[in-house]
Design a protein around this ligand. Structure first.
Ligand code: GRF
Length: 219
């Protein structure tokens, strides 16, 4: 059975594009049940259309976090996109912080502890450079090595059990664009690889098996 994903995204959608492509090419045993965005004109809407994925907008503009989460949960409920039908929520550039209120709807009690079935991709080697401008912050800090993290989400921002990380290296002559581009290319490799591992393990996943060994994957 393919791993069923609900994708939340706010931006251009290059990660969604890559995941959907891997699925289409038969390289990833997942199914994207729906893409939901909080931004009316997000690029991800076109990406979803290109891959013929159901895509919905649940706008967050001018709403308080709790209000938006309630609307989102009610919407997901109405569409049958709940813990009963979805294996993992994938945050692929979702620019809202999720609170425990939303996360509780995707809570899992495993033998090795409780966690939320919510996966995020973050453009740094966490715990370094949390926040929305991680590539810019890492570049400005002059790091020689940065990277990409895929993790399970908890109530703290850019935090939670790490599924996998991969490094990429600053090269001589890098400007911010080339640095960030190397990182994004690595995201497009790491995310499908981690989802593939989750799909192999099946939905009954144990925290004790983390982090995954990605075989020295780097950018
Ligand atoms: C990526 O850099 C991701 O790591 C971060 O937001 C960005 C989303 O890019 N969380 P895209 O919308 O997938 O192109």
């Amino acid at each position: 059975m393919p791993l069923k994903l609900l994708v939340l995204a706010s931006g251009r959608g290059s990660n969604v594009d890559r995941v959907a492509r891997s699925i289409k090419e038969g390289k990833l045993d997942c199914e994207i049940a729906a893409v939901v965005t909080n931004v009316e004109d997000a690029g991800v809407i076109e990406i979803a259309a290109k891959h013929e994925l159901p895509c919905y907008v649940v706008p967050s503009r001018s709403l308080k976090r709790r209000q938006h989460e309630e609307q989102l949960l009610a919407f997901l409920d109405e569409k049958g996109l709940t813990r009963a039908t979805i294996d993992f929520v994938l945050l692929a550039g979702y620019m809202r912080i999720l609170t425990g209120h939303f996360l509780a709807a995707f809570k899992e009690e495993s033998a090795s502890g409780a966690y939320f079935r919510v996966v995020n991709i973050h453009p740094s080697l966490l715990p370094s450079f949390t926040g929305a401008t991680a590539y810019a912050d890492a570049f400005a800090a002059g790091v020689a090595v940065s990277g990409v993290t895929v993790h399970l989400v908890d109530e703290e921002v850019d935090h939670g059990p790490i599924l996998a990380q991969a490094p990429f290296f600053r090269k001589e002559g890098d400007d911010f664009e080339s640095f960030a581009c190397r990182g994004l290319d690595l995201e497009h490799i790491l995310l499908p690889a981690v989802l593939s591992r989750l799909a192999e393990l099946g939905p009954n996943f144990e925290l004790s098996s983390l982090p995954f060994d990605m075989g020295g994957l780097s950018g």
